[in-house]
Structures are given as structure tokens and as C-alpha cells.
Design a binder for this molecule. Structure first.
Ligand code: GAL
Length: 668
């Protein structure tokens, strides 16, 4: 495994570099990422390159057996560049250029910026082509925003529309510009979306456009790096469920995906502190290329900028390290080595504090590194295999950001309801999209598949006919690819598959009050297995056609309608869930029902807060069992026989007891 830290030698005096390298070596680290924000140090004035300092740092590190990933430094521009080439600075939605002083403030389209970005990438690639310590590249840093409204972007937007729609007639027809009389007679008349009253077709196409600009910006760097250093890997540090760029697309040009996974923000919403979100993030990142990934940055201490968050609890850094490996990580770098004395991130803590003295967090990282290295001989080449997948679609996500449909709807939170229920069942989960192969999956969950294409539905029909289980939820099949509602009765193209029709739909009044807990005054509910669960946010008035009713709504005008149904089709089944539940248990019960009798690989029965995830290599299985609870937990082993815990060396049978926060890796 590659294990190490993100290191900024340029933030410290040279006399410190050797001390740091020694300490890293002592901790068992074998990799660092360097220089992704060091453009101004590399090129202090235009065309004048100074890489001696970086050569020296690499030399010292490699002297201790530490390999290097170099960042192309385009995530932060040197001040001279911003001043000399103002056109490289992004323009915000109000038409003003962003002021200098942060990072990622460049326009992704700007020809000037792309030229300068290519030039520095080329200089670095040529300079380090012969340096064996440099094993790979990270492009830029965390591609996402800003969405830029400059003249270059506007021109590129018009070109994009021309090449996609060919004629204005076609665009006018597909976007329905007859509404409010916005029929365009010249491409230049088409605005960038900024009104808040924009045409949803235009807004969705613009989200796609922004994503394409970022992908093509990266592609220019990738082409240079591949040409000059074909033997080095190229990756990028993704951000889990970040919505700005179509990550399937961005990952397409890379060798593997890496991501930045922070899990201890205490000032942010509680949801972010939940280990399920990190687990789902790992699964999404692995699924982008259907291969193992790296963690390029992860929590090393309290995080924050103006304020710091909670600290990592003893054992947490180790357990979360194991979690990454469980889900398919082959590389793990903590952000950052030592807490910065300077700049905006003074309170984003590294393994070492400001004082540079190795302490508890350093020791825990060393222990983790040591254990994972021992494990790595065993698990090398192993992969995560999943029989269950959740559809994750950027088109759907963007369309829901443009029109959430009903108050409080958040695409990712909805998807996580199902993810968490699957996690409780102890099964591996992939994310996927409709252009990908469905082979090997037994259950597919499509949370609100809003924008749908005919071919995709055909593919899903085949999947079900052959015995697959499909779960669709509310807002299925509502729109076409231009973000225009279908004229078919809902769920549109899914109607035959689901065997239901949605007669009407609505946002449930007052439902925001019951989003996270049951409060008095719950107005709508269903009964599942003898228990009452409140429904919130929305209700489809579902009329079964061929489907059977699993539960109906219990109150008022909804009484006549189904909430959840199942349709037996071919050798498979299609479930339709027409509402949102505010209690996790409802999803668990539903999935238990659905999975009953389905021969999924489930070797363990774990209690709440204990995560089980599996890697496989040939006939060998490695079950990672992580007790996220603050108390001990017992996990039942469903099969007979002896299992070996390769961390402790103990042999277990029938059950394993894990102390609070502990982990085990069972080989069988
Ligand atoms: C990441 C970023 C790092 C650093 C870190 C802490 O998002 O890639 O450069 O900023 O967060 O804020």
C-alpha cells in the first residue's frame, strides 16, 4: 500500500526537511503528495522557473524511501499571473471579476489560462520525467467551481449549443422557448442562466456545459503528462458527492480516482459526521472507474479555518483508515503532515501540530501504517465486488438542484436512506449509471430516476426479466433529457415496469417538521409489518395496475392510494416507493422484505453501528468489521467454521466480539 501524507516543504525552512523525512520514515510512510499549490515558487515570474527547492525536497524524501506524487499547481494562481492576465480570473454571476486572494478562482475556459496551465504542466513533466521518485501526478486540486460568467465562457457556451443542437429551430423546439416568448433567432441571444427564472432546459444544459469545461481543462493536462511521462500514473483528488462536475466523465481520463475524505466537521451538519456518508463516498469513488481508489487527503486532526472542529477520538484515525481500505482504497494520505503556520488553513490540523512535535495523532498514524502494510501483502490485488447497486446520476442531481420539486428535497440524502439500510444488511454496494453494465447485480435501486431515456428503460426491463430486482421511487420517469416533463402518465417510461400509475402527486403539508424525527401532528403514514411510519415531503397517489400493494397511506384523501407496491415481471420484481420516510427503520424493514430469500453474500449479522465490508481475491475473502460504536459489539458469523482475524492473529468461530472503536479483518 501507499501510505503517507500531504506535505508542503515550501512552508518550512530547509533545515526542517530532513527531520520531517526521518519522522515520516519512522512512521512507515512511503509516499507524499507535493506542490499542488506551489506555482508561485516554481515560476516566480513569467517564464522564470525555479525547481531547485523542489528537487532538493524530493531528493531528501527519496533518500528515506519516500515516493512522490506531484500536483500540477493550477489550483492556485501566482499573483503575477492574475495581475498580468486578468482574463484568467473567473467572473461571478453578477458579472464582476472575482478578486484575487483565494484559490480555484480561475475561469476553466480561458484560452490564456489553459495555455499557461499547459506550459507549467509541460515544464514539470519534462523536468521530472527522469526522476524515479516521482511515481505519479495529481491534476490541479479538487475540480468543482467557480462557474464562470466571463465572455470566453459565454462564447464557448454558444459553441457548445451549436454543436449539440445544430439549428436554432431544434434548440427552440426542444427547450420549449415558446414559453414567455423566448424564441431565439441568433445563438448570441441565448443567455447564461442567472435569473432564477431561467428555462429549466437551459439551466440543465448549462450544468452539463460547466462540467464539460472542467473535464476538457483537465484533459489538456492529462495529454501532456501522458505524452512526456507515459510510465507515471495520473489521478485527481475528487470530493465524494460534490455536485459540480460529472465525476464519471472526469474519471474517464485518469488511471484511478483519489478522493479527499474529511469526516469530523463539527460545525457542519450532523449528517456529515456519520460514517455512512464516508462509506458511501468511498463506494461512489470506487464505482467511478469500477476499480480501487486512493485517499489523497483525509482528516489528521481537528479541521477548520476560522474555527476548529472536534478532534479525532483515540482510535478513530486508525478505524477510519481501515474503513477506506475496506471499501477499496489502495493508497491513504493524511492531510496534512504538519499544521500550517500561515494562511487561511491555520486551524486545519495535520498529524503534527504547529509545534512540529510528534504526538498522539502521529503515533496512531504510525501504528495504522504499520498494520496496513502488514495487511497489504495479504490483500494486494483484492477488489470489492457488489451484488447491489444504487443509481447515481448527475443529470438527475442537477435537475433536482434546479427544481427540487418539493421543499427540502435533497437527492443525496434520499439516496443515503437506502444506502444506510443496505449498510445495515451488511452488503457491499456500488454506484452506477445507466450507460454502465448491469452484469453481476441482483438488486438495483434507482432513487428518483427523474430524467430517463428509452434505451435505459429497455436495459432495465431485460435486467428484471432475467431475475433482477429493481426499486424505483417517487419522481421516476418524469422528464426527458432536455428537462421537459413526459406527456405520458407517470411514472412515464417506467409505467409498465412498475405496473402502477401515479394518478396525482403532491408535496405533503408541514412535512418539513417531520424530516428527521417523528413529531406530534404527523399527518400521513403507512403501516409496514405492523409498525406505523410517518411519510414526509411528498406523496405519489399510486394506483396499482399489475402491481400488488405492499402498503397504502392511512389518512385522509390518500387512503385510497398505494404508497409502496411490487410488480412481478419475468423472473424479477419491481418495487415502487411513492413517498419519503422520515425514519430509517422504514427503509430497513422494506429492504429486509425485498432481500428475503435473495441469495446475497451475507456472512455476518452485525448490530447497529458496526460496519461489515468485504474485499475479495480469487476464492479468498477479507471481511473488514468496524465497530463505530463507543461500546463493545458482538457480530454473528452466519457460516460455520473457523475464521482468522489477520490483525490480531486470533481464530474465531460463530461470533466475534469487538471492543469500542475496534476493527477486525477476517480472512476466509
Ligand atoms: C481540501 C483541499 C486541501 C485543503 C484541505 C483543508 O479540500 O484539497 O488543499 O484545503 O481541504 O482545507
Amino acid at each position: 500500500m501507499h501510505i503517507g501524507v500531504d506535505y508542503y516543504p515550501e512552508h518550512w525552512g530547509k533545515e526542517r526537511w530532513e527531520i520531517d523525512a526521518q519522522m515520516m520514515k519512522k512512521a512507515g510512510f512511503n509516499v507524499v503528495r507535493l506542490a499542488e499549490f506551489a506555482w508561485a515558487k516554481m515560476e516566480p515570474s513569467e517564464g522564470k522557473y525555479e525547481l531547485d527547492w523542489l528537487d532538493e525536497a524530493i531528493k531528501i524524501l527519496s533518500g528515506y524511501g519516500i515516493k512522490v506524487i506531484l500536483g500540477t499547481p493550477t489550483g492556485s494562481r501566482p499573483p503575477w499571473l492574475a495581475r498580468k492576465y486578468p482574463e484568467t480570473t473567473a467572473v461571478d454571476i453578477t458579472g464582476h471579476r472575482i478578486s484575487y486572494g483565494g484559490r480555484k478562482d480561475n475561469c476553466p475556459t480561458s484560452k490564456t489560462y489553459r495555455r499557461l496551465s499547459s506550459r507549467i504542466t509541460e515544464v514539470l513533466a519534462e523536468h521530472y520525467a527522469g526522476e524515479k521518485a516521482v511515481i505519479g501526478w495529481q491534476t490541479d486540486n479538487e475540480f468543482a467551481c467557480p462557474v464562470c460568467y466571463c465572455g470566453d465562457c459565454e462564447a464557448a457556451w454558444h459553441n457548445h449549443l451549436k454543436s449539440k443542437y445544430r439549428t436554432l429551430n431544434e434548440l427552440n423546439r426542444r427547450w420549449g422557448t415558446v414559453f414567455w416568448g423566448h424564441i431565439y433567432s441568433d445563438w448570441e441571444e441565448i443567455p447564461l442562466p442567472r435569473k432564477g427564472q431561467d428555462n429549466p432546459s437551459l439551466s440543465l444544459e448549462h450544468r452539463r456545459f460547466h462540467s464539460l469545461q472542467v473535464v476538457s481543462f483537465q484533459r489538456e493536462q492529462v495529454e501532456i503528462l501522458r505524452r512526456i511521462t507515459p510510465d507515471r500514473f495520473i489521478t485527481h483528488n475528487f470530493m465524494g458527492f460534490s455536485p459540480w462536475v460529472d465525476y464519471y466523465d472526469l474519471a474517464g481520463d485518469l488511471d484511478f480516482v483519489s478522493w479527499d475524505c474529511y469526516y469530523n466537521y463539527s460545525s457542519w451538519s450532523e449528517r456529515l459526521n456519520n460514517y455512512s456518508l464516508q462509506a458511501a463516498g468511498h463506494d461512489l469513488m470506487r464505482s467511478l472507474k469500477k476499480r480501487n481508489f486512493w485517499i489523497m487527503e483525509t482528516s489528521a486532526g481537528p479541521v477548520g479555518n476560522r474555527m476548529f472542529s472536534r478532534n479525532l477520538r483515540p482510535g478513530e484515525l486508525r478505524r477510519m483508515g481501515y474503513q477506506t481500505v475496506a471499501h477499496g482504497a489502495d493508497g491513504l494520505l493524511w492531510f496534512r503532515w504538519r499544521t500550517s503556520l500561515y494562511g487561511f488553513e491555520q486551524y486545519w490540523h495535520g498529524l503534527l501540530g504547529h509545534d512540529g512535535v510528534p504526538g498522539r495523532r502521529y503515533r496512531e498514524a504510525s501504528l495504522t501504517s504499520d498494520e496496513l502494510q502488514k495487511l497489504s501483502g495479504e490483500i494486494e490485488g483484492s477488489r470489492v465486488k457488489s451484488e447491489v447497486a444504487i443509481f447515481y446520476s448527475y443529470d438527475d442531481r442537477w435537475a433536482f438542484e434546479i427544481q427540487p420539486n418539493f421543499e427540502k428535497f435533497d437527492y443525496v440524502s434520499h439516496l443515503l436512506c437506502y444506502y444506510k439500510a443496505l449498510q445495515k444488511e451488511g452488503v457491499n454496494v456500488d454506484f452506477t449509471h445507466l450507460n454502465s453494465s448491469l452484469d453481476g447485480y441482483r438488486l438495483l435501486i434507482l432513487p428518483a430516476p427523474y430524467i430517463v431515456r428509452e434505451e435505459a428503460v429497455q436495459k432495465l426491463k431485460e435486467f428484471v426479466n432475467k431475475g433482477g430486482i429493481l426499486l424505483l421511487t417517487f419522481r421516476s420517469g418524469v422528464k426527458n433529457e432536455d428537462n421537459i416533463p413526459t406527456e405520458k402518465t407517470l411514472p412515464g417510461l417506467f409505467r409498465d415496469l412498475a405496473g402502477v400509475r401515479v394518478e396525482e402527486y403532491e408535496a405533503l403539508e408541514g412535512s418539513w417538521k417531520v424530516s428527521y424525527s417523528v413529531t406530534p401532528g404527523v399527518s400521513y403514514s403507512v403501516e409496514l409489518d405492523g409498525k406505523i411510519f410517518p411519510c414526509c415531503y411528498t406523496a405519489d397517489w399510486v394506483v396499482p395496475e399489475n402491481a400488488k400493494v405492499i402498503c397504502r397511506y392511512r389518512e385522509k384523501h390518500l387512503k385510497d392510494y398505494a404508497a409502496v407496491t411490487v410488480n412481478h415481471l419475468g423472473a424479477g420484481r419491481v418495487y415502487y416507493v411513492g413517498t419519503y420516510f422520515s425514519i430509517d427503520e422504514a427503509y430497513s424493514l422494506l429492504l429486509k422484505k425485498i432481500l428475503k430469500g435473495v441469495p446475497l453474500k451475507r456472512y455476518f449479522s452485525a448490530p447497529y453501528g458496526v460496519e461489515v465490508y468485504m474485499r475479495e481475491k480469487g476464492s479468498k475473502h477479507y471481511a473488514f468489521i468496524l465497530n463505530h460504536n463507543e461500546k463493545k459489539a458482538e457480530v454473528k458469523i452466519n457460516n460455520s467454521g473457523f475464521y482468522m482475524d489477520i490483525i490480531s492473529g486470533n481464530t474465531v468461530k460463530n461470533k466475534i466480539t469487538l471492543p469500542a472503536g475496534e476493527v477486525a479483518v477476517l480472512k476466509f
